[in-house]
Design a binder for this molecule. Sequence first.
Ligand SMILES: [Ca+2]
Ligand SMILES: [Ca+2]
Length: 343
Amino acid sequence: MKKIIFGGLIAVLVILLGAVATVWVMGGRSAEKMASAEKRQCLAPASDDTGAHAGMVFVPGGRFEMGDTIYAEEGPLKPVQVTGFWMDRHEVTNREFVAFVSATDYVTVAERPVDAAKHPGLPPEMLKPGAVVFIMPNDLNGLGDVTQWWHYVPGANWRHPGGPQTSIEGREDFPVVNLTYADIEAYARWKGNRIPSEAQWEWAARGGLDKPPGDHDQPREANTWQGIFPIQNSADDGFVGLAPVGCYQPNGYGLYDMIGNTWEWTSDLYQPGHQDEGGTDPTGPQEGFHPDSGEAPRYVIKGGSYLCAPNYCLRYRAGSRQPQEADLGTSHVGFRTIRPATE
Ligand SMILES: [Ca+2]
Ligand SMILES: [Ca+2]
């Protein structure tokens, strides 16, 4: 299913216009802000459960108006019923993904060779395995061309989030990134868990609050972007780039970083409007995915990332949504898993 053509990449980048990317900030700009980050207590919350639900919290069921009204793709609002489930308290971390890979010898898509025969016309640099990484531009010519800050970086993968010269050493409690949908499904299966549907994720992100649609204030307790994206980041929240999990106050269910830090995969194929059931595991081709075209399906991602800024991507909300190419890892998308209440 892996199909990365340059035109496809551009399409992905265009899709991500308004979503904002993953900033892999290297060098001085990040270092100068990490001092203030130390003011925050970034401790991955200890689990009080060593059984099947270790590291998870229970999200009770309920009924709510799914969606929001800021961007067209968030509507129309619709009532959705969700039954209770267990959910990872925080985004899956590098430490947790190391445990999975150590136990299974799993090799992620971004680490596998690209079959040139299956991708005729691919630019040479994209015949090398890699991922799409955000790099803060020095200059900016408007916000219309996202390739000013999004770059396909050969050698970027979950072990090397910003490229071959970077590593996850010292970043064990940061969310794992640069994974494809197949990668996260493999992890969830290994855990005996599942990827949340969009409805489950959105319900959980509300934290029990009946937040009125249209409230798009930038949250204080979330890793987002303060300043002018993508060239000026004051990092008033303590982080220019990704933060370790658990640095900000959890929501009403005890879930950390549902909003901000990384976007999070859901199991819903993306459509411009909400699906009838608000999201269940899709089983067939849907709008936006044509099997014969060779295009990868796109899934819904939720919650915004540390790159969402007031001037660009007001998506630090439970009801926001974006499409993400299933077979292309990027450095601003992570995930967490769920388990049904009966298991
Ligand atoms: Ca930030
Ligand atoms: Ca998140």
